[in-house]
Design a binder for this molecule. Structure first.
Ligand SMILES: Nc1ncnc2c1ncn2[C@@H]1O[C@H](COP(=O)(O)OP(=O)(O)O)[C@@H](O)[C@H]1O
Ligand SMILES: [Mg+2]
Length: 624
């Protein structure tokens, strides 16, 4: 993390601050103006207090009576200074707050926007928990020093003003200032250097803790059914304990340095009184000046801390910023081409794989990536249905991802109507192909919103048509509010089969010319699954059927396909009709039979639509 030296951290931290200032220059100027006003008023107040003591209190004590006029004048001056100080504080706080939260919001948006632009390969390498903390605590950490920054800048101006006014008063007192202020500054720098590695570690642990928490919630089902609660809790507790220790070590360091930072200005005041007493006796200064300077050191102590706050937050800011930048600078986004497919022809598309090789990027860059697909070639002719059949891990989902360009082939091409999918625009791709994945995702929104997705031309009529095709119109009509029914987060108020049919309807509503179903109806009753596929092949409304690439296991479903492609270990081993493959390929017949048996044993006691979301994630795939 904070690999560089601490000097590095200071320099890089200042560059992060510079970026913030460049992004919000006006609001920063307002905040600094407020802060400078405040600083100048602090100096002024010291001199007014000195003046009151020297010109009013001392003569009054000597004379035994108070000069009313002078006193009123002094009171008015102090009041005026207080008002200006309040104005200064207001401007600074408001400006700093605006700046900090605007930057946070802007970078949260940028980070989440970037997530959506980055290719699937990038997401495969990055845990969801890390993504969450990038968008949350890392963005916050990056901009933490913004809160005290205007105060610190104003304080620097104030310190210069203070030194100048000290020189104007007396050179000996000025020397005290010249000794104390740089010492304060140096102490702050040492502090922030010591803090750097501790803060970076804490920030990294924060991300890990949130990552583990996220994984446990996400996998709550597995954790519960496998009786892993205790182990999961331990895993979380261990990391939470490390975070606690890291934060305590931050606190310990604070405990050591905070009192030192507090004490130094008091020592300065003491030195002023000692030196001042000598100078007073020498007649170089008068009482007014001595009191002013002593008071100045007292009131300076607090604002000087602002510099320390900024420096102390810099390491955390740099650590957070590095993590945010890793996302913003992440490369590997998929460049889209300029080509479009003629949208005026709502005919089905032809998908062709030509000698496609593919390997997932290894988790560590230096490891070799294993080849997942080798020399895969096949065609889904326009309007035809092709079934992909093969054991778990054969590469079926990978082929599905390549077909809709979630990933790009290593070598070879994937074409749609003869056009390389890499040459298509993003919009054209989205309009022509749709993938329905095995694990359905339902937004926490109404049924209508889930299916229409705000796409132009998808009104209620189209939504119902899509629901009919997905055999989902029946249960949606029976929902309490029909299309307006809210389906809960992750669709937990629906059964697994219902969610699968909603996501299928979502894909169909866009009228794709190529539909890729990756085991998308596994939780739906087999008869319904076959009916859906049959309906897609010959739409009741007389419209053109889509071309379909379907990953399937069930005999009834596979039998509907025009061609079956049998894959094993990333290679196409056989192709032909279901009947042909049953007769000629031993592995194929075994697989289909094994799946049917497994399904019968598993599903017998319950109708499919009662497969709850809790079980749907666990079932389905047959062992190799
Ligand atoms: N994101 C990934 N990163 C690395 N390897 C993967 C990833 N997804 C799948 N694989 C590997 O690729 C192979 C094919 O996986 P997949 O296409 O999901 O098979 P299927 O869908 O036929 O079960 C498997 O060996 C699997 O372990
Ligand atoms: Mg799969």
């Amino acid at each position: 993390m904070a690999s560089g030296t601490s000097r590095d951290v200071l320099g890089r931290g200042l560059r992060v601050l510079g970026r913030a200032i460049r992004e919000q220059p006006r609001i920063f100027a307002v905040a600094v103006a407020g802060s400078v006003l405040f600083g100048l008023m602090v100096i002024a107040s010291a001199y007014v207090v000195g003046g009151v003591v020297g010109k009013v209190v001392v003569p009054a004590v000597a004379r035994g009576s108070v000069a009313g006029g002078v006193l009123a004048l002094a009171a008015a001056a102090l009041f005026g200074i207080s008002v200006l100080r309040v104005v200064g504080i207001f401007g600074r706080r408001l400006g700093a707050g605006y700046m900090q939260y605007r930057l946070q919001a802007a970078y949260r948006r940028r980070v989440t926007r970037r997530y959506l632009d980055l290719p699937l390969a990038w997401h495969h390498r990055n845990a969801t928990g890390t993504l969450l903390s990038n968008a949350n605590s890392d963005v916050e950490a990056a901009w933490y020093p913004i809160a005290p920054l205007p105060f610190a800048v104003g304080t620097l101006v104030m310190l210069v003003g203070a030194v100048v006014s000290l020189f104007l008063t007396d050179w000996a007192l000025a020397l005290v200032g010249l000794a104390v202020f740089p010492a304060l500054f140096a102490l702050n720098v040492v502090y922030s250097r010591r803090m750097a590695p501790r803060q970076a570690r804490a920030q990294r642990l924060r991300a890990e803790v949130s990552g583990i928490a996220h994984e446990s919630f996400d996998g709550a089902l597995v954790v519960k059914t496998m009786g892993r609660e205790a182990q999961e809790t331990d895993r979380f507790a261990a990391r939470a304990g490390e975070l606690r220790d890291a934060l305590i070590s931050v606190g310990k360091l604070r405990g050591v340095f905070d009192p030192m930072l507090e004490t130094l200005p008091s020592l300065g005041t003491l030195a002023v009184l000692v030196v001042g007493a000598v100078r007073l006796r020498q007649g170089a200064i008068d009482v007014t000046e001595l009191v002013s300077v002593a008071f100045l050191f007292t009131v300076l102590a607090f604002p000087v801390r602002a510099i320390g706050w900024v420096l102390a937050e810099l390491p955390r800011s740099v650590a957070g910023w590095d993590r945010v930048r890793r996302v913003l600078d992440a490369t590997g986004e998929m460049p889209y081409g300029e080509a479009t497919l003629d949208p005026a022809t709502p005919t089905p598309a032809t998908l062709a794989f030509r000698d496609v090789h593919f390997g997932y990027e290894p988790a560590e860059a230096h490891l070799p990536g294993a080849e997942v697909l080798g020399a895969v070639s096949f065609t889904v002719p326009a309007g035809k249905t092709v079934a992909l059949v093969g054991p778990t891990g054969a590469g079926k989902s990978t082929i599905a991802s390549l077909a809709v360009r979630l990933v790009d082939p290593g070598t070879g091409t994937v074409t749609l109507d003869g056009v390389d999918v890499r040459d298509l625009t993003a919009a054209s791709l989205a309009a022509n192909v749709a993938l329905v994945a095995q694990v359905p995702f339902v937004f926490d929104d109404t049924v209508r919103a889930n299916i229409a997705l705000d796409r132009p031309g998808v009104g209620d009529e189209e939504v119902w048509a899509a629901l009919r095709l997905a055999e989902a119109d029946g249960f949606v009509a029976a929902l309490p509010d029909g299309l307006d029914t809210m389906v809960g987060e992750r669709g937990t108020s629906l059964s697994g089969g219902q969610r699968q049919r909603l996501t299928l309807a979502r894909a169909l509503a866009g009228r794709p010319r190529l539909l890729v179903l990756d085991d998308a109806t596994s939780a739906v009753d087999p008869r319904v699954e076959a009916a859906i596929l049959a309906g897609l092949r010959t739409p009741a409304d007389g419209g053109a059927p889509a071309s379909i690439l379907v990953v399937a296991y069930r005999r009834a479903t596979i039998a509907l396909a025009d061609e079956v492609i049998y894959v094993e270990h990333g290679r196409v081993l056989a192709r032909g009709t279901h009947t042909e493959l049953l007769a000629t390929v031993p592995g194929y017949a075994d697989l289909v039979t094994a799946y049917e048996q497994a399904e019968q044993e598993r599903e017998q006691p319950r109708p499919y639509d009662e497969v709850t979301p809790l079980t749907s994630g666990l079932e389905v795939e047959v062992d190799r």
